[in-house]
Design a protein around this ligand. Structure first.
Ligand code: ADP
Ligand code: ASP
Ligand code: MG
Length: 410
């Protein structure tokens, strides 16, 4: 019999009917003799509701207190699920992150798991109990409650599976696997039977929210057998794999997009050593992460810089840049938060030329202007106007033949 860590996301535990369905499934698998650890999210909408509530209490809520509040969402679900399991005659024990020693650093709101002491969980499993754990939360060295960032229950589950050396970590959600792109945007998107961890990592980092990036990082580090499945219907889902077979590698595995970015440009700054450092150093000093960066070829002794930041940091970054603009006698500072990033990802790209040109052609054919480009070995990203998101993703999905079983070569 196997040791399985399962994670049920917000929609999967969205109301009592759904929680009953999850309990049915857990009870059935438990009856088959499996050791089960079940990680749950807050009921859908709950984390957003709590965030809004916090916003009504304080315009910029203290991070420590915000985590205390947000962690209650998952605490509600573990209790309800365990009650329903008890009704099914299953001996279930619910635990908060703190109670099962999910130790994190102290970065409230995006804490990293540093260690898990699995003694208590193992003890319960030995007694034949189902262990139900609150996702998304941990505890820092000083005993403060921390949370792991949006989508963090995925990471709780994978980290738990790594600590327990589980036979499989199953992420149950509202889609039946990882698709070639978000099926909400492209109904013709196709479920992938398998995807390499490298591609999944890239997709997650480029905005695909079906798995939190840190969950994929953990899985990669500890080679956790990881599968994404539907909590609504039976099926094989998508397996994350750790071996890459170049012969079979599709050119493009998927298309990711990110709506959370904003673009800033500072024009006409001195084309001299130290200027990039000055600009980006000040931005970093404001605790703002920069994603893409472009510096234009200088002319007349001046140059332009454009970079993207998270949309939440847009106002702050714009203020820093405006101040710098005056200090550096820049020609102008312009910001644009109506942009999106669209990316094509595939390990097959490594050994194929022409992906970039095929991508640019598909966008050009739709009249979509590309504002910025960045590439790595296995991905190409472009920044385009926000209104072109759906059109751009659909055009690329079809240009790379992703809706069909066979891949179209470029
Ligand atoms: P959960 O609440 O279960 O954690 P999420 O909303 O975090 O669920 O993730 C599932 C959602 O991810 C899907 O409903 C889907 O719209 C979205 N998604 C985006 N890109 C993809 C993709 N490539 N494959 C599958 N789902 C995707
Ligand atoms: N409840 C948290 C969120 O909404 C964590 C999660 O669902 O994974 O982001
Ligand atoms: Mg999620």
């Amino acid at each position: 019999m196997a040791l399985i860590v399962q994670k049920y996301g917000g929609t999967s535990v969205g109301d009592m009917e759904r929680i009953n369905a999850v309990a049915d499934k857990v009870a059935r698998m438990h009856a088959q003799g499996h050791d089960l650890v079940v990680v749950v999210s807050a009921m859908s909408g709950e984390t957003d509701r709590l965030l809004k509530l916090a916003g009504s209490a304080h315009s910029s809520p203290p991070a420590r207190e915000l985590d205390v509040l947000l962690a209650t969402g998952e605490q509600t679900t573990i209790a309800l699920l365990s009650m329903v399991l008890a009704k099914h005659g299953v001996d279930a024990r619910s635990y908060t992150g703190h109670q099962v020693h999910i130790r994190t650093d102290n970065v409230h709101g995006k804490a990293r798991i540093v260690d898990i002491d699995d003694k208590r969980v193992r003890g319960d499993l030995k007694k034949g109990r189902v262990v139900v754990i609150a996702g998304f939360q941990g505890v820092d060295e000083e005993g403060n409650i921390t949370t792991l960032g949006r989508g963090g229950s995925d990471t709780t589950a994978v980290a738990m599976a790594a600590a327990l050396k589980a036979d499989e970590c199953q992420i149950y959600t509202d889609v039946d696997g990882v698709y070639t792109t978000d099926p909400r945007i492209v109904p013709e998107a196709r479920r992938l039977d398998r995807i390499t961890v490298e591609e999944m990592l890239e997709l997650a980092s480029l905005g695909t929210k079906v798995l939190q990036i840190r969950a994929v990082e953990f899985a990669g580090k500890y080679h956790v057998p990881l599968r994404v499945l539907s909590s609504f219907e039976e099926g094989p889902g998508t397996l994350i794999t750790y071996k890459e077979n170049e012969m079979e590698a599709p050119l493009i595995s998927g298309i990711a997009f990110n709506r959370d970015e904003a673009k800033l440009t500072i024009r006409g700054v001195p084309d001299q050593p130290g200027v990039a450092y000055r600009i980006l150093g000040e931005i970093a000093g404001g605790n703002i992460n920069v994603d893409m960066i472009v510096q234009n070829v200088g002319a007349d002794g001046t140059t332009d810089f454009t970079f993207t930041v998270h949309r939440n940091d847009f106002g702050k970054a714009e203020n820093i840049l405006k101040r710098l603009g005056e200090e550096l006698s820049a020609r102008e500072v312009v910001g644009d938060d109506k942009i999106v990033k669209i990316s094509v990802v595939g390990v097959g790209m490594r050994s194929h030329a022409g992906i970039a040109s095929a991508m640019f052609k598909a966008l050009a054919d739709e009249g979509i202007n590309i504002q910025m480009i960045s590439t790595s070995e296995i991905k190409i990203s472009v920044v385009v106007e926000e209104k072109y998101l759906e059109l751009g993703v659909r055009a690329l999905h079809s240009a790379f033949g992703l809706e069909k079983a066979a891949q179209s070569a470029s």
